[in-house]
Ligand binder design. Sequence first.
Ligand code: ATP
Ligand code: MG
Length: 554
Amino acid sequence: MSDSEARPTNFIRNIIDADLDSGKHSSVHTRFPPEPNGYLHIGHAKSICLNFGIAQDYQGQCNLRFDDTNPEKEDIEYVESIKSDVQWLGFQWDGDICYSSNYFDQLYAYAVELIEKGLAYVEELNAEQIREYRGTLTQPGKHSPYRDRPVEENLALFEKMREGGFEEGTACLRAKIDMASPFMVMRDPVLYRVRFAEHHQTGDKWCIYPMYDFTHCISDALEGITHSLCTLEFQDNRRLYDWVLENISIECQPHQYEFSRLNLEYTVMSKRKLNQLVTDNLVSGWDDPRMPTISGLRRRGFTSASIREFCKRIGVTKQENMIEMGSLESCIRDDLNENAARAMAVLDPIKLVIENFDGEAEQLTVANHPNKPEMGSRNVPFTREVFIEREDFREEANKKYKRLVLGKEVRLRGAYVVKAERVEKDEAGNVTTIYCTYDADTLGKNPADGRKVKGVIHWVSASEGLPAEIRLYDRLFTVPNPAAEDDFVAVINPESLIVKQGVVEPSLVNAEAEVAYQFERTGYFCVDSKDSAADKLVFNRTVGLRDTWAKIGD
Ligand code: ATP
Ligand code: MG
């Protein structure tokens, strides 16, 4: 799928255009700053497409920076998955990968500078007291008894913090700003805290770690970022972002702009919640095909082009909103309808015996795409016994039912017209086998005597077809906004994964992961990249053929 041609426009690009026109900047430098504490999700894709997309379109640069200031929650596994997801989405960072932890020495020096200027102090109230002193939205905070320590004492105590002289939670470094500020983030925010934790990049070099607000703006400035794009919840933090950069000796003054997060119906996007789904084994892993993660969507069969197209269609604004799952699905459907080869698979097989067909399998030639001859054709074996879908047969039915009915005819896709003559049943009365005759003069043409056969159903040779596990996915949650529930786990959809033991046409024996097929009449599928093997095929349904969401919701 080629991404739709036109460049997106949005308020951020308008700002950039203005900054380039006015000469405020001569080039654009953005960054994507994930914290390596989980796998990337579709919300991150929005930020990735925005940051890397701007760099591409303006011939600028975009850094990949790991915002790694929380050693306990972070892990190298996440670092690796994030790199691979960004590349799979079709983007490449400029230069080396950056880590906030690369700047720990500089950050420490800037903290010392703030102390020397009387703009930071070592706090010895505990966390609860700090909270108490902070006040509320309607009440100003109170000054800490440690707030007016002399500079020399602060310098010595900060040094002591670094040397491991304080237990966790007994001291921290705070900026001295304004305990009465209407912006809570400006009420003497914590800049550094004590953590005796091993860091995935710096090992045990540090036992004090800088806070996000202190780290992010300085990292941006050190990297020469011009436009620092983040989500709306950081709107108030912009005051602190600017305060830090104004009060330290640093040249570059990047500017922060906020846009609204992507929220998607019937899923959750917080890494904490996604992590819980994984650690509590409520899904099979971060790349479970029901997860809204990039790796989950990829394993499910989404193409990177469809995700980029989705990000383009939703746009970038400051409006909080909730996007329908249908809009993500229509992007992948548009892509696969165009590009997926057709094949046949039966998800819920029932046997059909063609009693007047004798002899060897007949190799039928079937087009791989109805409108794209350039996609070629393949052989599909037609045999005396085939499988059809159980739901495609009824002993009796009215005229609306355009499939196989006892005593009536239907066309087997790409093959012949068959007529159901009789059935065999088990003791419970369930049909186990359908006996048919076929009209040998109907391959690629209508019956000679003008009989009208309207229905067409798909089928797979019973003797030549391959058994396959077929995984059908539905929304992971039963409510549009699971994050709003007291317990989001309670609204997990028990039918979000349904496993079928089906059968697929033999041409799929070497189907490769991430190659999509449209299984006639049942949806778009791809081989599961983890669990499928030549002797035990596993297919994931990426998406159905039509939007069934519209009628599910009300
Ligand atoms: P969470 O709150 O779930 O932990 P996060 O925002 O802390 O997510 P980060 O790793 O810090 O996750 O995110 C990296 C970048 O991706 C940030 O700039 C963040 O604003 C952006 N981002 C995260 N979630 C979304 C989302 N749902 N929509 C758009 N951008 C997002
Ligand atoms: Mg974050």
